[in-house]
Design a protein around this ligand. Sequence first.
Ligand SMILES: Nc1nc2c(ncn2[C@@H]2O[C@H](COP(=O)(O)OP(=O)(O)OP(=O)(O)O)[C@@H](O)[C@H]2O)c(=O)[nH]1
Ligand SMILES: [Mg+2]
Ligand SMILES: [Zn+2]
Length: 340
Amino acid sequence: MARQQGTVIKVVGGKSLVASEGRVVRCDLRARIHRKLGKRLAVGDEVELLITEEPAPQEPSEAPGDEAPGDEASDEEGDEQLPEGVIEKILPRRSALRRVRDFKRDQIVCANVDRVFVVTAVLDPPYKRNFIDRVIVGCERDGLEPFLVFNKVDLADDAYAELIAADVRVYTEIGYPALCVSASAGFGTDQLAEAFRGRISAVVGPSGVGKSTLLNEICPGLNLRTGAVSEHDGRGRHTTTAAELIPLPSGDGYVVDTPGLRGFGLWDLAPGDVARGFREISEVAAGCKFRNCLHKSEPSCAVRLALEEGEVDEERFESYLRLVEELESAPEHRQASRRR
Ligand SMILES: Nc1nc2c(ncn2[C@@H]2O[C@H](COP(=O)(O)OP(=O)(O)OP(=O)(O)O)[C@@H](O)[C@H]2O)c(=O)[nH]1
Ligand SMILES: [Mg+2]
Ligand SMILES: [Zn+2]
């Protein structure tokens, strides 16, 4: 049988769903390939596969419930009669959004994406600019384009909305596109839909910020599961449990809904690499006296000067310092720098 090409739309346990030649195939990854690659299959991966089994003809009167091969693959798709296949090859990725959770382990949030939509809620769960900055650092490292989405603006009163608008300006002035939206009020969602078009976009952010709600709003009939923010601790409940590639209704792109991130690990970076993830800081850093200046308390630091003059935003600088200090204190990093 001839190999055919496909795109991974979901990975659950050992099985994956792959869109190929107009239908969805439930696939295993050949163990040999798995070992050879030493890497996991990710949503968005382009693969070559072989069909191993066509769905049984639908005859409900005979042996009901007998034919549900691989029904552990996913809760929703389990009952469906899908063709079965096996993945023979993962094609080279042109990009990947990575989370480095500890020094050894990488997780690919999704592969072959063009743009990363970083979603935060301005209220409920608590608004954290530091999280946005960390994902931006990951995007800059991986050559991906971040796009910032501030959701739930319907919850903000006028004075608070002003503060959020000021934050949006901080990012747009650096050069990152940003949008204030409300999934429940349908505000800004047309512009967001427009920004999704013509590319593959990943939608990432903490649990409960409204990623799935936004996609349901933009893709009629999609019906992704959404879940209320916990009243007990004001956090999301991790409603989405696996990343999923979704075709846009306009037919000219895809979005990947992802499970809420608890954090965004950047353990592969050395303290001296962090400034590269902060465009405006690395721009002025050229004027520092010392080439390896970390902009902490070194003399003649151009970044500190720019901060005093208000050219570098204080909260951005705080995010920068927090990340540098975190990496400096990480035992993994100390070990790695000794190995080098
Ligand atoms: N007030 C308000 N609530 C919203 C808005 N968008 C989403 N919500 C609510 O926020 C809660 C969480 O929404 P989800 O879409 O499940 O959040 P998520 O980011 O997909 O969360 P995970 O799947 O857990 O990562 C739900 O109760 C939504 O109804 C909004 O614009 N305004
Ligand atoms: Mg979700
Ligand atoms: Zn400096």
